[in-house]
Ligand binder design. Structure first.
Ligand code: NAD
Length: 261
């Protein structure tokens, strides 16, 4: 149990990649705060499932990642309830697919807020405690879209490039403090976020579901396989380990070779 006595918070962990990360950290012995939207009954089942499966404490906080004050309050609540916050995983994210000239302004604002600014607000609140205890791990779920672009994803690509830049800046600021800051850039991971963008892409490009999966989503991924949520979670566990103490400021690709091309 390499993370026993560590306390972690994973934003956007009621589903998909975030839930897998929270469960993987709990499996290593960390107490976890889970966060996100969704059906309260299902969220409570996920929370109690983590406690039962791994014998750790799991707390739910429903802070809205578009609201800076709620994000700061969630970090403070985690520190109070768990005693400290050692690991912060910025994972909440949404997607919207549209040409720039018709991209809804409220979708642009929401994607920038949830996929980029929320990480800034969470880091801003969590860093003082990590500096004081001289140990911390900050990991953000970026994307292959932090390194390369795709058409019709202006807000997502802009936010993820920004998240990679924020990661590098924070890593330099915290380099001598015992706190590492990294991001992971998956290619296409099979989650509700990917599944939910298929209808929009079908409409925007006039394609069938199979064509979107094979010719749009996996066309960029040379291995022709989706990344799994457990593979991303395993990378987070590694970055939180002592073996990764000198890994900081990195943007780690996990994209089946997409960005090698
Ligand atoms: P998902 O839709 O399954 O999960 C997103 C999570 O974010 C959910 O828990 C949701 O409730 C939460 N969330 C959304 N809006 C929120 C808000 N306002 N406040 C609080 N929580 C909110 O998606 P996923 O695929 O698991 O994506 C997780 C992260 O991984 C995102 O940052 C995404 O950009 C990134 N990512 C996903 C893929 C992929 O192919 N699925 C690839 C690269 C990166």
């Amino acid at each position: 149990m390499s993370l026993a006595k560590r306390h972690a918070l994973v934003t956007g962990s009621t589903s998909g990649i975030g839930l897998a990360i929270a469960r993987a950290l709990a499996k290593e012995g960390a107490d976890v705060v889970i966060n996100g939207m969704g059906d309260p009954t299902k969220i409570e089942a996920e929370r109690t499932g983590i406690e039962k499966d791994f014998g750790v404490r799991a707390v739910f906080n429903g802070a809205d990642m578009t609201k800076p004050a709620e994000i700061a309050a969630m970090i403070a609540d985690a520190q109070t309830k768990l005693g400290s916050l050692d690991i912060l995983v910025n994972n909440a994210g949404i997607q919207f697919v549209s040409p720039i000239e018709t991209f809804p302004i409220e979708k642009w604002d929401a994607i920038l807020a949830i996929n980029l600014s929320s990480a800034f607000h969470a880091m801003r609140a969590a860093i003082p405690g990590m500096k004081t205890q001289k140990w911390g791990r900050i990991v953000s779920t970026a994307s292959a879209h932090s390194l390369v672009a795709s058409p019709f994803k202006a807000a997502y690509v802009a936010a993820k490039h920004g998240l990679a830049g924020l990661t590098k800046t924070a890593a330099l600021e915290l380099a001598t403090s015992g706190v590492t800051v990294n991001c992971i850039s998956p290619g296409y991971v099979w989650t509700p976020l990917v599944e939910n963008q298929i209808p929009d892409t079908m409409k925007t490009r006039g394609l069938t579901r199979e064509q979107v999966i094979n010719d749009v989503l996996l066309v960029a991924q040379p291995t022709k396989q989706f990344v799994t949520v457990d593979q991303v979670a395993a990378m987070v566990v590694y970055l939180c380990s002592d073996a990764a103490a000198q890994v900081t400021g990195a943007n780690l690709s996990m994209d089946g070779g997409w960005t090698a091309a």
